[in-house]
Design a protein around this ligand. Structure first.
Ligand SMILES: C[S@@+](CC[C@H](N)C(=O)[O-])C[C@H]1O[C@@H](n2cnc3c(N)ncnc32)[C@H](O)[C@@H]1O
Length: 146
């Protein structure tokens, strides 16, 4: 990024950190752009608990990005492992799966036609899951160094 170190007071990522932030080397790369004490905040699709191996049968329409979904505890450890931040919050959005389902239901009616089947499939899995697996972890951390 074309910014000097310590440039940002805060970095916020909504619904996208899992696309790149699972890389063990990503936060060590990103953190220097935050001033010491500056905050990182993210909310992202994830899991109530870690799943090793087979995706549960009722999540029939899972796609490859499922494997980038993790629990709030997993993310807290992952961020802390960078050595660059201290995590101050790691929990889940209350009823996050219901918000997710509303979003997919909206997509079924209003998304570009080529996305609608995907929205319907995801809404079906969210209904079958009813919050057992899918959720929205949210994390806040501040830069300590590293
Ligand atoms: C679900 S959208 C969320 C967009 C926006 N943050 C919001 O809440 O409306 C996911 C975003 O992540 C971006 N994205 C996906 N993979 C990425 C990557 N490897 N690096 C940077 N951005 C990525 C996509 O371009 C998309 O804009």
């Amino acid at each position: 990024m074309p910014f000097p170190e310590e440039y940002f007071d805060a970095v916020v990522s909504v619904d996208s950190y899992h696309y790149f932030g699972t890389d063990d080397l990503y936060l060590p790369y990103l953190a220097p752009f935050l001033r010491t004490g500056g905050q990182l905040g993210t909310v992202l699709p994830g899991l109530t608990h870690e799943i090793d191996g087979r995706v549960p049968d009722h999540l029939r329409h899972w796609q490859q990005d499922f494997h980038s979904f993790h629990s709030a505890d997993w993310w807290a450890r992952h961020l802390a492992n960078s050595g660059a931040v201290t995590v101050t919050r790691a929990d889940v959005v209350p009823d996050g799966w219901r918000h997710w389902q509303r979003w997919e239901a909206l997509g079924v009616r209003t998304a570009p036609p080529e996305w609608r089947a995907h929205c319907a499939a995801q809404a079906e899995d969210l209904a079958a899951d009813a919050g057992r697996t899918y959720c929205f972890p949210r994390l806040v951390a501040y830069r300590t160094g590293g």
